[in-house]
Design a protein around this ligand. Structure first.
Ligand SMILES: Cc1cc2nc3c(=O)[nH]c(=O)nc-3n(C[C@H](O)[C@H](O)[C@H](O)COP(=O)(O)O)c2cc1C
Length: 188
């Protein structure tokens, strides 16, 4: 099989984001033949607006996102929870990737949702809302590749997730599940 490309979108924009660290750790677990890229610039994409989603006016950052999603075989969405739901930056990215209606770059893209927050709930509401939005946007959500990380403030305060053997094992399994879905589609 040729190189499988997964794209990670991280719903937290802060430099020290644990979700971003989890994305970095996931990239590290990618087996040979699988590449995980973390999209940078999510926070630079203007809010979705149908008035500017017209040929010649689509912001460059939104076009970059769409092209990156199109080029990917699957998506890893890393999502914290903000006030009980999905952070705006990630929702905005899903909205841009969902259009043109019925033909957005996210269409039929296998997607794993990985949530992480400081609470014991592990951002479960945000996880659920991300699954809902990504699915309605046209993505193909891969439940078996989902993960939930709770109490990340304590767990990863002193050590990057790449130093956490259990986290690495879980992330590797999620990447593997997503790649298997991608491979099954290629061979179908
Ligand atoms: C505006 C805001 C709202 C938050 N709301 C929640 C919440 O509803 N549930 C939760 O578990 N954590 C909440 N948190 C805490 C996040 O889980 C915590 O900041 C987490 O580390 C964010 O992920 P990051 O490390 O990737 O930035 C909130 C944080 C912020 C900044």
């Amino acid at each position: 099989m040729s190189q499988t490309r997964l794209l990670a979108l991280v719903g937290s924009l802060r430099a020290g984001s644990f979700n971003r660290q989890l994305a970095e750790a996931a990239a590290q677990t990618a087996p040979e033949g699988v590449q995980v890229d973390i999209f940078s610039g999510l926070g630079d994409i203007p809010f979705y607006n149908e008035d500017i989603d017209v040929p010649g006016q689509v912001p460059a950052q939104a076009t970059a996102l769409r092209e990156a999603v199109t080029a990917a075989d699957g998506l890893l969405l890393f999502v914290p929870e903000y006030n009980g739901t999905i952070p705006a930056a990630l929702k905005n990215a899903i909205d841009w990737a969902s259009r043109p209606y019925g033909a957005g770059s996210i269409k039929e893209k296998p997607i794993a949702v990985i949530s992480a927050s400081i609470s014991q709930n592990a951002a479960k509401w945000s996880h659920g809302d991300t699954v809902k939005a990504a699915g309605i946007a046209g993505g193909s959500v891969v439940e078996s590749a989902h993960l939930h990380f709770g109490t990340i403030g304590q767990r990863f305060a002193d050590a990057h997730p790449r130093e956490d053997a259990e986290a690495l094992t879980q992330l590797a399994a999620a990447v593997r599940e997503l790649v298997e879905v991608v491979a099954a589609r290629v061979n179908a």
